[in-house]
Design a protein around this ligand. Structure first.
Ligand code: CTP
Length: 405
């Protein structure tokens, strides 16, 4: 990657709208980091924001005056709100409150922040922050979907403990994550120009036209990895079995049902710079699958014969021509995790295995956290227990490093 810390945002201008939320204190750090990277920051504060941080701290860190009120713009001829809204390379709203999202989705413009957001012709990135119930409220869901459909980009919110004492999604993304999203939005993410395929979810293996064999994978980890890769600027081909979580935004979704369909879709997605194989692919399919519905019969119970499915990870890892530069597999183990996963890496021929212990005592299966061990030719590296989204983000950053962003 090697870009972070350099002047990669030099000569970029960010119009930073600060909404009224406790997370506004993190925005002060964001301003500092943007300026360290050479960006110019024009700050705008809503009056609610001023209840959380002062215009003086914001302007001191930004090194520019803070725009606060619609009618502050006394010199309309010189710097009207239209010009202010368009003079930036990117508009960032952090924290984006439920109120600001609602105004944007409805097209209201009754203060400086909402007017700038209506008047701008520049890409807009929101870093939402709010109480978990507010984030999950149907009105916020609707507003989020509307804004995403309008082409507004999002970073976060993250899961975690919140200032209000509750736990769940709603906490503003960390300044470094917002920075990565800003770089990506400006076409400068560490994975821009890289094409990466991700397999995810379970597969369904038909018994007959109405019945199938499946497994309990939700697709959550693969979805989080695809989202994190896209957030760093990768072009992601997301090949997913019938998962129970929705696919991320900003990726090319290829829906499949069976292992053989997944295998064909992976083939069609090549060449790629990297492949991440997070799907829980069924090892066997029903060899005797019928194209008619099986009927009850007096002659006894049906007998299902199995055939082996293609091992997609192994096949791609061993490609002689067109092998991705980096192939990453997953392994869920209940015991002797490092030994089993190390052997699996060699057996499959992939570069990395992301291994985790799914024995019931860990509470990882079905939980929101994960504790993984990254197995590579350098050995086993144990990561601290963290949220599944954070695991995905850490993995995406490692992939960016390996591909030499
Ligand atoms: N995988 C695949 N195609 C298959 C089976 C598995 O691409 N037909 C990939 C998975 O996406 C995952 C890794 O291989 O990245 C998991 O390996 P797998 O052989 O499924 O592990 P287990 O079934 O757990 O193996 P074992 O039974 O030996 O533990």
């Amino acid at each position: 990657m090697g870009k972070i810390g350099t002047n990669m945002l030099a000569s970029k201008r960010i119009l930073l709208i600060i909404g009224g939320g406790i997370a506004a204190y993190k925005t002060l750090d964001l301003i500092r980091r943007l300026r360290e990277r050479g960006a110019a920051v024009t700050p705008v504060m809503t009056s609610a924001a001023e209840e959380f941080v002062t215009p003086l701290s914001v302007s001191a860190l930004a090194g520019e005056r803070v725009f606060r009120h619609l009618f502050d713009l006394t010199d309309e001829a010189e710097m009207g709100h239209i010009q202010l809204s368009r003079s930036a390379d990117l508009v960032v709203v952090a924290p984006a409150t439920a109120d600001l999202m609602g105004k944007m989705a409805a097209g209201l413009a009754n203060d400086l922040a909402s007017t700038l957001l209506m008047a701008t012709d520049t890409p807009v990135l929101l870093a939402p922050a709010m109480n978990v119930r507010m984030w999950e409220h149907p009105a916020t869901r609707r507003n989020h979907d509307q804004l995403a459909a309008d082409g507004i980009r999002f970073v976060g919110p993250n899961d975690g403990d919140m200032a209000c004492g509750e736990f769940g999604p709603g906490r503003m993304a960390e300044p470094m994550e917002i920075l990565a999203a800003i770089e990506t939005a400006l076409g400068d993410g560490p994975l821009s120009g890289r094409r990466i395929l991700v397999t995810s979810g379970p597969t369904h293996e038909p018994i007959d036209p109405v019945r199938y064999i499946a497994n309990r994978s939700s697709g959550a980890q693969g979805t989080a990895v695809a989202r994190a890769l896209a957030a760093l600027g990768a072009e992601v081909v997301f090949i997913t079995g019938p998962a129970s979580v929705p696919p991320p935004q900003g990726v090319q979704v290829v829906p499949v049902e069976s292992a053989r369909e997944m295998d064909a879709a992976v083939d069609a997605a090549l060449p790629v710079d990297a492949g991440v194989f997070a799907a829980a692919v069924a090892d066997w399919r029903v060899a005797s699958a019928s194209d008619r519905k099986l009927k009850k019969s007096k002659d006894g119970l049906p007998v299902l014969e199995f055939a082996e499915n293609p091992d997609i990870l192994k096949r791609v890892s061993r490609l002689e021509a067109g092998r991705p530069r980096l192939v990453v597999g997953f392994a869920a183990e209940t015991n002797d995790v490092v030994e089993h996963a190390t052997a699996k890496r060699l057996r499959k021929g992939c570069d990395w295995i992301v291994a985790n212990d799914v024995s019931p005592a860990t509470g990882i299966m079905g939980g929101s956290e994960n504790a993984v061990i990254l197995i590579s030719d350098e050995g086993a590296e144990e990561w601290p227990r963290m949220g599944k989204d954070q695991v995905a983000e850490k993995l995406a950053l490692r992939i960016a490093e390996a591909l030499g962003g």
